[in-house]
Design a protein around this ligand. Structure first.
Ligand code: NI
Length: 233
């Protein structure tokens, strides 16, 4: 959808059984038409209201989007997600209409060495290969944080700037331009694999979010192809 130079994406997830004869559950054209007819006018209104766009109560908007798209799709919609920028999105689930899930991405650059002292030099070499290099090596890490935010009576949820402030203060500043094994206490005895990094980022953020907001998922990309997600214990 285009308007004022912005480009949005809308993900609609429907759940149900395929028709045994056609093999179709829903014709993709039906979804397309329902979005054009019932959701686009709502989003265009938001975009055209330039003064209000930044302050749009995203919780209320997402709730209205799901409520508008569900009846024309026979009550099969289980989730909708509106992607506002390449990294920022808001989602709502049918089973939890009192919250939105906000996702945002962050970056940090750091060095690490994969090495486990209880293994022999040969075992470390065999397990970690080049990543066992004694002087370490670096990555540009990407972190995605998803938080579940209550929707208040005005339809407001968490301001993305508030999430940015918490993630910067509690995680990014502690990891960026650091040697993880040397500078970050959590990795003094813990191997800084991407699996352990994602858990440490979760622990850094858990309990630090403003009232009622909870962590839903943390993802860390070590490279474009290597990513690990964590949703808590
Ligand atoms: Ni590495």
């Amino acid at each position: 959808m285009r308007g004022l130079g912005r480009y949005y994406e809308l993900d609609v997830t429907c759940q149900g059984e395929a028709d045994p004869q056609t093999g179709y559950f829903l014709n993709i054209k039906t979804i397309d038409q329902a979005v054009r007819e019932h959701v686009l006018p709502m989003l265009i209104e938001r975009v055209n209201d330039e003064a209000g766009a930044a302050a749009t109560p995203m919780g209320g908007l997402m709730r209205r989007v799901l409520e508008a798209i569900d009846p024309p799709l026979n009550g099969t919609v289980c989730q909708v997600r509106l992607v506002l920028t390449p990294t920022l999105s808001f989602g709502i689930e049918r089973d939890d209409m009192d919250h939105v899930v906000m996702r945002q991405q962050y970056e940090f650059s750091a060095a690490h060495r994969l090495h486990v002292p209880t293994l022999s030099e040969e075992q470390n070499q065999a397990t970690f290969g080049k990543c066992n290099n004694p002087a370490g090596h670096g990555h540009n890490y990407r972190v995605e944080v998803a938080v579940r935010c209550p929707i208040d009576a005005q339809g407001q949820s968490l301001d993305p700037a508030e999430l940015d402030a918490v993630v910067d203060r509690e995680a990014i500043e502690k990891l960026d331009h650091k040697h993880l094994n040397v500078d970050v206490p959590q990795f003094a005895t813990l191997n800084p694999s991407v699996e352990n990094i994602v858990k440490v980022v979760w622990q850094m953020l858990a309990g630090k979010l403003p009232g009622g907001v909870t962590l839903d998922e943390v993802k860390v990309w070590e490279t474009g192809k290597t990513v690990c997600a964590y949703r808590g214990e």
